[in-house]
Design a protein around this ligand. Structure first.
Ligand code: 5GP
Ligand code: ZN
Length: 158
């Protein structure tokens, strides 16, 4: 915890974003794993990232990679830390490749997209021939010119 920051007492609303992020961090299950307040099967660790096995795997060996600093989503994490996190994702994927026939990397942002733990994380899911796991994509389609409109909208924010 940063020096000089006092956690708000029950019932008081923090006056800053920093106050809120400290409260979220204190309640975050992955931050608790980082601080070793709860156990996890760790497989790799460096200064800024941690990899451990998912407690409820899609397939055995399903790993999670997280930054050690608490950020909720991929758009909130600082770029340098994201780069380190992605490097660890590749390192773990290279290892998991040896125990699988293929790999899915999944990364969910916000509840609507299936994010349950609000600490940014990457799933490294080992896939096995005939494992029966289906991603269940659905496919929609663009009406005339719509693809150009979407392209224009997204580009306007880049
Ligand atoms: P999300 O749905 O947020 O993308 O994925 C969260 C993942 O974290 C889930 O796959 C879930 O099984 C895993 N998980 C949740 N709590 C724990 C825990 O306490 N320990 C471990 N190792 N994994 C957890
Ligand atoms: Zn956290």
């Amino acid at each position: 915890m940063k020096p000089g920051i006092t956690l708000p007492r029950h019932g008081r609303i923090p006056s800053s974003n920093l106050g809120w992020s400290i409260i979220k961090m204190e309640n975050c299950i992955f931050c608790k794993i980082i601080k070793e307040e709860i156990p996890a099967e760790k497989i790799y660790e460096d200064d800024s990232t941690l990899a451990f096995l998912d407690i409820s795997p899609v397939n055995k060996g399903h790993a999670l990679v997280i930054p050690k600093e608490h950020h909720e989503t991929i758009t909130e994490i600082p770029e340098e830390l994201l780069k380190n996190t992605i490097s660890t994702v590749q390192k773990i994927a290279k290892a998991v490749e040896n125990i699988s026939d293929g790999i899915n990397i999944m990364q969910n942002n916000k509840e609507i997209a299936g994010q349950v733990v609000p600490h940014v994380h990457f799933h490294i899911i080992p896939r096995l021939k005939d494992d029966g796991f289906k991603l269940n994509w659905r496919h929609t389609e663009y009406q005339k010119n719509e693809i150009k409109e979407f392209s224009k909208k997204i580009k306007s924010f880049l």
